[in-house]
Ligand binder design. Structure first.
Ligand SMILES: Nc1ncnc2c1ncn2[C@@H]1O[C@H](COP(=O)(O)OP(=O)(O)OP(=O)(O)O)[C@@H](O)[C@H]1O
Ligand SMILES: [Mg+2]
Length: 290
């Protein structure tokens, strides 16, 4: 086989993999801070990896308990280094547990609003390279619906909304759906109620959210599941290990396995477009327009 044929075969295999398993980009968000986004994203990523999926988690959270902390990582590089051309795409990825790869955004997210053409090209090329390496990408963003978070989640194809039982969490979640729906065109929201006392309470919160979203907005919210308040989550954060690894039979792990089944084994909503490249090109376009 000559080089051209080998290239052709490689491309055909990539294409086949892509058509079998389209890359899913899932943005994890919430209205209120501290409801459990990072824990949900970091642990869902582990479950997906254990199911044999190739998983990337983009850590856009500059807060204290970010994905790196939960995985016990101290990455040397972040997106900012990639943008300045110091390192290659693969060097920016840190190796998390169970084969999950982590892309620390660092201050790179802020830089997206002022990239020159060289940086933009470097980013798009790098992301094209990564595209074929993964089946699912989770985006963990900081709290609130500031511009960067809005771009970030709006450019993802699916939004996973984490809500907690506190009364303000519900109104904040509604506000987030509204902004993402009206300003970023997100129409489908998968809801996880975290830190609930019991399932009835969790479902009640979901029903309320679903009712207002259905009545006032052109948005569909889908019940994905609930996670009980479980001290093991906090213990695992303190130990810098994902709770699904440290406490595999805890109530939180059992519940998150149910959430993962609903999210990963159900057909995803109709795809908007193609994966990571789409995500970043949209991020860049929007940030340039801002
Ligand atoms: N199911 C749970 N049971 C008990 N405690 C929980 C649960 N989920 C989250 N927590 C606690 O809440 C804290 C905040 O969680 P996490 O950092 O995942 O929230 P976040 O939404 O990512 O916060 P931020 O908005 O600051 O990024 C955790 O450190 C943990 O102590
Ligand atoms: Mg967080």
């Amino acid at each position: 086989m000559d080089d051209n044929q080998a290239d052709g075969l490689r491309e055909a295999m990539k294409e086949q993999r892509r058509s079998k398993r389209p890359l899913r980009v899932i943005g994890v968000t919430s209205g209120k801070g501290g409801v459990g986004k990072t824990n949900v994203a970091a642990n869902l990523a582990i479950i997906a990896a254990k199911q044999g999926q190739r998983v990337l988690i983009i850590d856009g959270d500059l807060g204290l308990a970010n994905v790196e902390i939960i995985y016990g990582l101290r990455p040397k590089h972040h997106l900012g280094h990639l943008l300045s051309g110091d390192i290659t795409a693969r060097d920016v990825l840190a190796a998390g547990p169970c084969g999950v790869k982590v892309l620390p955004a660092g201050n790179g997210l802020q830089q997206l609003t002022r990239l020159d053409d060289g940086q933009r090209l470097r980013l798009v090329t790098a992301l094209e390279e990564m595209e074929d390496d993964f089946d699912v990408v989770f985006l963990d963003s900081g709290a609130g619906i500031g511009d960067n978070v809005l771009f970030f989640i709006g450019a993802a194809q699916e939004a996973l909304l984490v809500v907690s039982p506190e009364p303000t969490s519900l109104t904040d979640a509604y506000a987030t759906i509204k902004v993402l729906c009206q300003d970023a065109g997100v129409r489908c929201f998968d809801v996880v109620v975290n830190q609930a006392g019991n399932e009835a309470m969790a479902r009640d919160i979901f029903q309320k959210l679903s009712a207002v979203a259905g009545r006032f907005l052109d948005a569909r919210v889908r019940w994905l599941g609930w996670i009980p308040r479980d001290e093991n989550v906090h213990r695992a954060v303190m130990a810098q290990k994902p709770f699904v690894e440290l406490f595999p039979s805890s109530p939180a792990t059992r519940a998150l396995n149910g959430v993962a089944d609903a999210l990963l084994n159900e057909p995803p909503p109709p795809q908007l477009s193609g994966g990571l490249k789409f995500l970043w090109s949209r991020l860049l376009r929007e940030s340039r327009a801002a």
